[in-house]
Design a protein around this ligand. Structure first.
Ligand SMILES: Cc1ncc(COP(=O)(O)O)c(C=O)c1O
Length: 645
């Protein structure tokens, strides 16, 4: 079964499903109130039943109403993310099950820091982690010791930080173990080898250490545990740890040049330093595996440790997908040579595309079956990348992006939950359970493991309920990315038609073939060879596609976003190719003027489910190109008049 997007999945661009949402909200609000009253029905109302008649009450209500009305009025200046005319950033309409679950849970105000504060929603968060784990092909059976684990975060930024934190802990603890030298564990021979264990082997060592500890008498166990804790990097800090282990240097992180800026933030926050974030060149906006190999060889030769290689599954600016399969293969190969590192996949944007690739039983769908649904998606490379996600050590995915859920819902997943114990923080007043409980008992003390403390249980409820209503396989949730990829195909068809239509006066090119549903468009007035002139033209076009809160929301026909192609990221060959396709003179690039060191392009996120409105026979993408043509024509006409005047 393929779910139609006109089912009550969304509130809808026109608010089509408002009655349903209103009914649900009222129903569950009443339900909540009954619950309040019935906690101790013998307790009388603490707010006097005639309080509403007092002047103070009425004055308060009036003030509240005034403020709420003014908030409501101000919010009308918001960006209309729900509209099929919005094809700017990574946001769209919200899924109704998630929205309703969030409304429902909000008045209970669960705090997913711990089971005590969120006895219901904390389990939903753990289960949501398992739902996402299954989507990526990770082990999702909590009875298995190597089951994956996932939790929500405020967004992709924090999930990436958690990836760094967990990897650092997993790589550094074997060094600490060597320092205290418990007998009979088969520890690596030296610090370099200890830091360079394959992530899976490090988890095996952690398992052996825990089993060994469990076999010790309680007093000895406490003594060993304490010795271990005080030898760890997390206790000593990076500087003191490296001083004690001088054969190790500050570890590097290798990421593609277009990686999201959250990686830079994470390096700074962990004290690893931005200088250790090494940006690897790309080919066609996908990480260049040869360049990565070259860097790894250099690091091994100079004995410089590498923490992780980051693969991006759906790039922020161009929607491209790195060859995750090549990254995990490289991890295995280099580990045998003595350079162990983890692979983290930043699938903040593209993660939910994986639903298209999953059967209901969790199996990966064959490439042929997928390709029957699309013109040319997915490429064999993208299919291989999806198949390799299950081999990544950890993954970031954002329910608040392609999961169509409200903000405040990112997610971090690790392939093997056992590693999480390395992040555990103790606080006796909040956390009571120890490591020996089952999967749920352990992770119910969520605040021990995550960067945050208090966090919204309502967000977890939204994610969990949505995944229950729309299971993460191609027949259910997959209907949404399917629609999105089809819209991308329609966009490309419309772009090709537009390019042919405007050929005589405007150059229109797709600088990169996208792997997913994010498409950039380069536009240059015909005959123009100057980079700065083209950039000014595209920026002016973008100005009419960007939200202006000082104008009525109706004043924009369409919303888009923009980005730039930077030669230092693109590399000389790709830069030359894109410039030639636009008729630009290479001498005008970085010629010393303003605005000429990069190429400004329009960027489109094609995730709105109603871009191809079958009900009314409207193709909003064709309409967008008509608008773009009109705007471009107006701009050029105005420039020509200006020039003549
Ligand atoms: C690839 C990628 N990673 C990480 C992030 C950061 O996510 P957030 O803004 O939710 O923190 C983004 C945001 O656009 C992204 O595209």
């Amino acid at each position: 079964m393929s779910l139609p997007v006109d089912a009550p999945c969304f509130l809808g661009p026109y608010g089509e499903n408002d009655t349903l949402l209103e009914k649900l909200v009222v129903e569950f609000l009443r339900d909540h109130v009954y619950w309040r009253r019935n906690v101790h029905p013998e307790d009388p109302p603490a707010i006097a039943t005639d309080a509403a008649t007092t002047p103070a009450y009425r004055e308060f209500e009036a003030r509240m109403r005034r403020e709420l009305h003014s908030l409501s009025a101000a919010l009308k200046r918001s960006v209309p993310f729900h509209s099929p005319r919005y094809i700017g950033h990574m946001v769209s309409d919200l899924l109704l099950p998630g929205l309703a679950a969030q409304f429902l849970a909000l008045p209970y105000n669960p705090n997913n820091v711990s089971y005590d504060a969120a006895p219901v929603t904390i389990d939903l968060e753990i289960k949501a982690g398992l739902q996402l784990a299954r989507m990526f092909g990770y082990v999702d059976d909590p009875a298995r010791p190597d089951c994956a684990f996932g939790h929500l975060t405020s967004g992709g930024t924090l999930a990436n930080l958690q990836g760094l934190r967990l990897t650092l802990a997993t790589k550094a603890f074997p060094v600490a173990l060597r320092a205290i030298a418990p007998p009979g564990l088969g520890l690596p021979d030296d610090d370099w080898a200890a830091f360079n264990l394959r992530p899976a082997d490090a988890i095996g060592l952690l398992d052996r250490w825990n089993a060994w500890l469990a076999a010790q008498a309680p007093a000895d166990r406490r003594r060993w545990r304490k010795a271990f804790a005080t030898a760890r990097l997390e206790h000593l800090g990076l500087h003191a740890f490296l001083e004690r282990h001088p054969t190790l240097g500050t570890p590097r992180v290798l990421a593609p040049v277009t990686a999201h800026y959250s990686w830079s933030k994470g390096m700074k926050m962990l004290g690893l330093g931005r200088a250790q974030l090494e940006l690897v060149p790309e080919r066609g906006m996908r990480i260049d595996v040869d360049a990565l190999e070259e860097r790894l060889a250099g690091h091994l030769a100079r004995r410089e440790p590498v923490l992780m290689a980051v693969g991006v599954f759906g790039g922020t600016e161009f929607g491209t997908i790195d060859p995750i399969d090549a990254l995990v293969d490289a991890r295995e190969r280099w580990a045998t040579r003595g350079l162990g590192f983890a692979v983290h996949v930043d699938a903040a944007w593209g993660g939910y595309l994986a639903t298209l690739f999953r059967e209901a039983n969790g199996a990966l769908r064959p490439l042929d079956a997928l390709r029957e649904e699309f013109q040319d998606f997915p490429s064999p490379g993208v299919h291989a990348a999806v198949g390799a996600l299950a081999r990544a050590d950890s993954i970031t995915v954002d329910p608040h992006k392609l999961g169509y859920l409200p903000y405040g819902a990112g997610a971090f997943l690790c392939r093997d939950q056992r590693a999480m114990a390395l992040l555990a923080e103790d606080a006796d007043y909040v956390f009571s359970a120890r490591e020996d409980g089952d999967y749920f008992q352990r992770f119910r003390q969520l605040g021990r493991f995550i960067p945050e403390g208090s966090k919204p249980g309502a967000a977890a409820a939204a994610v969990y309920v949505t995944h229950r209503v729309l299971p993460l396989d191609h027949g259910n949730f997959g209907a949404l990315p399917r629609e999105s990829i089809r819209a991308t195909e329609a966009f490309r068809t419309a772009a090709a038609r537009f390019a042919a239509r405007v050929e005589g006066w405007l150059g229109c090119r797709l600088p990169f073939e996208p792997d997913s549903n994010l498409v950039c468009l380069a536009l240059n007035p015909a005959g123009n060879t100057d980079v700065a002139t083209m950039n000014r033209f595209v920026r002016a076009l973008h100005a009419s596609l960007s939200h202006d809160p000082t104008l009525p929301v109706q004043s924009r026909e369409f919303y888009g976003s923009m980005t730039t192609l930077r030669p230092e990221l693109l590399g000389p060959e790709e830069t030359a190719r894109v410039m030639a396709s636009l008729g630009l003179d290479p001498a005008t690039l970085d010629a010393g003027g303003e605005e000429d060191d990069r190429l400004v392009v329009l960027r489109h996120t094609l995730m709105n489910p109603f871009l191809l409105d079958a009900t009314n026979g409207i193709n909003y993408l064709e309409a967008y190109f008509d608008y773009l043509g009109r705007r471009a024509g107006d701009l050029l006409a105005r420039a020509a008049t200006g020039a003549a005047a």
